[in-house]
Write a protein that binds this ligand. Structure first.
Ligand code: PLP
Length: 403
């Protein structure tokens, strides 16, 4: 049969490696296998009840029609107020575009800012969707590798080394998925200043900002500077408010860029789900209640993180991990366990899943094949049991790494 010809818009797209793990998980569960799924990228907590109730009330009261494309004016104001309260910055509600998750906000920003011939710097390990989001804009992702020794953070010097006359931007993600790296305020400022010097735009993905173990919250670019032609902030309700399924994210940028992104969105998705906007409105308006829920969730993540680090040190001494400063993942260096049969992170994850029922995401999906990602979005006992099982499977593997 003749194959359908796909446009270059999508012909370079790679299917997500995380989806491959999820599919295998489902198949093994269907066979009755006992699976511990540490591949999940969303909090295993309920959406705070008061926010969920506001969404339900919106449906019951008939708020089920279109809204302005960029979001309800009161939601954009509540988001702006919330960011102002947290950072002290003056935030212009007209610069906010509410989108279907942070993901669409990132897509909007990449598509509106970058195009063919442009290069976008991408610190690795990176969140798995960034390269494809850049490629969908027909721009080229240029990976800047960081190491565990550097705390998985880029510096202006590293960006300088990767820069060419085509460089138009970079994606900064703090706290980072998968590494949990958190940039200090002065490090964020140094990167923004580098972007300003080099006529590049920093897209700052702050979706894990409130999930931070080393301080109250991770520094936002708004803590150190203002939004201008070189700065776009992306954030949302998904992770901090355990609202992944509601699909509420947003960008905050200059007004002209916000207008361009809203115009684009008007032709693609229009506004996000109206009841979801009311649920998010309740959350962003009621900082004390939402803060209470965030704190409770982060405290649980903190305990799980401590347990995971303790178990890894005790049972998997061959694996290395940088204690995550934020987000809810442990990024484990495991190449010491590679051998003839298990040559890379994909093979290792497959082996772990098939032999022990533990699902993790291969580091290859994040631009570093020496690692795997374990999610802390699972009960503490499951995390402990998963690490025990991993240790038993990996202890039979000869230690082969030479470095
Ligand atoms: N940015 C990062 C770093 C993420 O890890 C994720 C989700 O995993 C997103 C953005 C997407 O968030 P949302 O569900 O709001 O689209």
């Amino acid at each position: 049969m003749k194959r359908m010809r796909l446009s270059p818009n999508v012909s370079t797209l790679q299917p997500s490696a995380t989806i491959a793990v999820a599919t295998l998980c489902r198949e093994l569960r269907a066979e009755g296998r006992d699976i511990i799924d540490l591949s999940v990228g969303e909090p295993d907590f309920r959406t705070p009840d008061f926010a969920a109730q506001a969404g339900i009330a919106a449906i019951v009261q008939g708020f089920t029609h279109y809204t302005p494309v960029a979001g309800l004016p009161e939601l954009r104001e509540a988001i702006a107020d919330s960011m102002s309260r947290l950072t002290g910055a003056v935030v212009d509600p007209a610069g906010i575009v509410v989108s279907n998750g942070a993901k669409q906000a990132l897509f909007n920003a990449c598509f509106a800012l970058f195009g063919p011939g442009d290069e976008v710097l991408l610190p690795a390990p990176y969140w798995t969707s960034y390269p494809d989001l850049i490629s969908l804009a027909r721009a080229t992702p240029v990976v800047v590798h960081t190491t565990m020794e550097q705390g998985f953070k880029v510096t202006p010097e590293m960006l300088d080394a990767a820069r060419t006359p085509r460089t138009r931007g970079l994606i900064l993600n703090s706290p980072g998925n998968p590494t949990g790296a958190v940039y200090a305020p002065e490090e964020v400022l140094a990167i923004v200043e580098w972007a300003r010097r080099n006529d590049a735009v920093v897209i700052s993905d702050e979706i894990y900002g409130r999930i931070c173990f080393v301080q109250e919250r991770a520094a936002s670019v708004l803590d150190v500077t203002e939004v201008d032609d070189n700065v776009v902030v992306v954030d949302g309700a998904s992770k901090a408010f355990a609202m992944t399924g509601w699909r509420v994210g947003f960008s905050y940028s200059t007004r002209p860029l916000a207008s361009a992104m809203a115009a684009m969105q008007s032709h693609i998705t229009s506004n996000i789900s109206t009841p979801s906007q009311y649920a998010a409105l309740a959350a962003y308006r009621d900082e004390p209640r939402v803060e209470h829920a965030v704190r409770a969730m982060v405290n649980v993540f903190r305990r799980r993180r401590a347990k995971a680090l303790e178990m890894i040190a005790a049972h998997l001494p061959g694996a290395e991990v940088l204690p995550p400063a934020g987000a809810f993942y442990a990024f484990l260096r495991v190449d010491r366990f590679y051998d003839e049969q298990t040559r890379d992170s994909i093979a290792l994850c497959r082996k772990l899943l098939e032999e022990t029922g533990v699902a993790a995401v291969p580091g290859a999906a994040f631009g570093d094949d020496r690692y795997i990602r374990l999610s802390l979005a699972a009960p503490e006992a499951d995390i402990a049991e998963a690490i025990r099982r991993m240790a038993s499977a990996l202890s039979t593997t000869p230690a082969g790494r030479s470095t």
